[in-house]
Ligand binder design. Structure first.
Ligand code: NAD
Ligand code: MLT
Length: 554
């Protein structure tokens, strides 16, 4: 019996830091493919000399990952962020370098919402002063009368995951709710029984408590400044448990000092850790916590487990459904997309190869048409098609689903996509590649549970699996061609896996799509072209591994 070779186990080296909860890390340690180096938080500059060893980085917000560090991360495929905020990572640089950034957006949502109410009640019931006075041996009952939340109006800026959990809990306290979030549909407001403010101004003058739960973006940096604070009712309380800078710190300090505000609840700061003499520290009505929003055992366990699973799946099987720098919303259906991704990539590679053999110039347009069941992942499928077109063309640069679109566009390739309507297969993928006015269309179907099939090359209907090596022959529809091609391949020791002969009209143009095992001899194409009635021959080597699987990362 011929000896069978087993694939060598690929090892992935991971740097884990920022005190990720052990339950997540254990999950990775239990897998022989992962070599974990767990370290305490270090300044990013200390990582420059070592980041190049790792396939993945997993951390929280304490470690910054700026472009200056990422450019040394030559092996890095994935950055896993145990938490939601990704403002410590240079996303543009990671994307350009083909590094997927995966966060864990949901696991600490409740922790933040609960802290908000903890702080709010502490503020309106003067709890900090009460604790302090008891410790000091006093009985300050008379001066510590507080107020209730019931009947007060809470203004929530940003009605996403955390804003929504805050809303749900605010109802339990009998609060009235108004929210400003231009990116959330009306139905969500209705479901949460929250009145919609159509502008920030519409909300500011009405609320007793204002809380922000947006990400920090160009739009939200300084969203609440001196002018907005001045719009608030006297005695209003403001809260920022989202990101430092959404409420301008200097303006907040001034408003608190003026006595107009009833207090501030602050968990996050423009610069963290907050400096020892931060002006907010000196203000009695500012209730401050050191970025504790997500710091519950449950929250940390959730985000650690979520991110470690996501990083594991990204490294081992190329799953990128949780990557913030990859287009598409995949939900739980990544396995369906995996085949469609392979099909888009290979269809594009076939189209590019056919154009190249027809002496076309560089590719200038790639258009993707997908069946309606693949519509959610169209962005990812465009990236796959861009990869297929560029593979073998660009060298020395990493190319993957994270950066393929940017790489293609940088080369002047216009990318477009559409979702098919009507009779197209619902799992169909069709790639049209154009070059200087000439174009080739290659399509197929990636039905769930089946093997992806190529079903169209140019105007010809075919049916072959795009695997190992595909030979596309153009020939005259005359007797004897198939026999001669078979004999030539047999004599060359090339085993045919599938042979699909197609024609448009009897005696006219014909096309054969032939898949063969293993990459054939480089001279095969010339020998095929020398056969009578063969007019064109294109050989596309898909580069599958010996065991029929494409590597998860290229
Ligand atoms: P999310 O993405 O679910 O929700 C954010 C919401 O903000 C979205 O609905 C979005 O439409 C809205 N938004 C964006 N720009 C806006 C604008 N200009 N005006 C109004 N609304 C806008 O995020 P999330 O998980 O709810 O997190 C919210 C914030 O909390 C983030 O900044 C996150 O980093 C932070 N966070 C802090 C802690 C902590 O420890 N304190 C923990 C977790 C999350
Ligand atoms: C988050 O973004 O998830 C929180 O701010 C907590 C953290 O920094 O880890």
């Amino acid at each position: 019996m011929a000896p069978t070779s087993t694939p060598r186990m690929q090892l992935f080296h991971l740097l884990v830091t920022d005190d990720i909860d052990p339950e997540g890390v254990e999950l990775l340690r239990a897998d022989d493919q992962f070599v974990i180096n767990e370290q305490p938080t270090r300044p990013w500059k200390d990582l420059v000399d070592e980041i190049g060893q790792y396939d993945a980085f997993i951390g929280r917000s304490a470690t910054r990952l700026p472009a200056e560090l990422l450019k040394h991360a030559s092996k890095l495929r994935v950055i896993g962020r145990a938490g939601v905020g990704i403002d410590n990572i240079d996303i543009a640089a990671a994307t350009e370098l083909g590094i997927a950034v995966i966060n864990a957006p949901a696991g600490n949502t409740v922790a933040v919402a609960e802290l908000f109410f903890g702080m709010l009640i502490a503020q309106v019931r003067h709890l900090a002063r009460a604790f302090e006075s008891m410790r000091a041996g006093r009985w300050d009952r008379g001066s510590l009368t507080g107020s209730e939340l019931r009947g007060r109006t809470l203004g929530i800026v940003g009605l996403g995951r955390i804003g929504s959990e805050v809303a749900v809990r605010a109802h339990a306290f009998g609060m009235k709710l108004v929210s400003y979030d231009p990116y959330i549909p009306d139905e969500r407001f209705e479901l949460l029984r929250v009145e919609r403010a159509t502008s920030l101004d519409q909300l500011l003058g009405r609320v007793d408590v204002l809380t922000v739960h947006t990400p920090i973006t160009d739009e939200t940096r300084g969203l609440i400044g001196a002018a907005e604070l001045a719009e608030l009712k006297p005695g209003a309380i403001v809260a920022n448990l989202a990101r430092g800078g959404i409420i301008e710190e200097a303006a907040l300090v001034a408003a608190l000092k003026s006595g107009r505000l009833g207090g501030a609840l602050i968990d996050v700061y423009g610069q963290e850790p907050a400096v020892a003499d931060h002006p907010l520290r000196a203000i009695d009505d500012a209730l401050l916590t050191p970025h504790l929003g997500a710091s519950t055992a449950e929250g940390q366990r959730n985000v650690a487990v979520d991110v470690c699973i996501a990083v594991r799946d990204a490294l081992k099987s190329g799953e990128l459904s949780g990557a913030v720098n990859v287009d598409g919303t995949f939900g739980a259906s990544w396995t369906e997309y995996r085949d469609a991704i392979l099909l888009a990539r290979r269809a594009a590679a076939v189209a590019r190869a056919l154009l190249a053999d027809r002496q076309a110039r560089a590719v200038d347009h790639v258009t993707l048409r997908v069946g309606r069941d693949l519509a959610d992942g169209v962005g990812m499928l465009v990236a796959a098609a861009a990869m297929g077109v560029l593979e073998g063309v660009i060298e020395g640069e990493r190319l993957n689903l994270v950066n393929a679109k940017a790489r293609a566009e940088a080369r002047g390739i216009a990318l477009a996509a559409m979702t098919a309507v009507g009779p197209d297969p619902v799992h169909g993928v069709q790639v049209t590649v154009r070059s200087g006015g000439r174009e080739v269309c290659v399509g197929g179907v990636a039905s769930p549970g089946g093997t992806p099939r190529l079903t169209r090359i140019d105007s010809f209907s075919v049916d072959v699996a795009p695997r190992r090596t595909l030979i596309v022959l153009g020939n005259a529809d005359v007797p004897g061609v198939i026999g001669r091609v078979g004999t030539l391949l047999g004599e060359a020791g090339v085993n045919i896996a599938e042979y699909h002969q197609a024609r448009l009209t009897q005696g006219g143009e014909a096309l054969a799509a032939i898949t063969v095992d293993g990459p054939p001899d480089a001279r095969l194409r010339q020998r095929l072209l020398a056969l009578p009635d063969v007019r064109s021959a294109t050989v596309v080597n898909f580069g599958d591994t010996e065991h029929g699987r494409e590597p998860a990362w290229s």
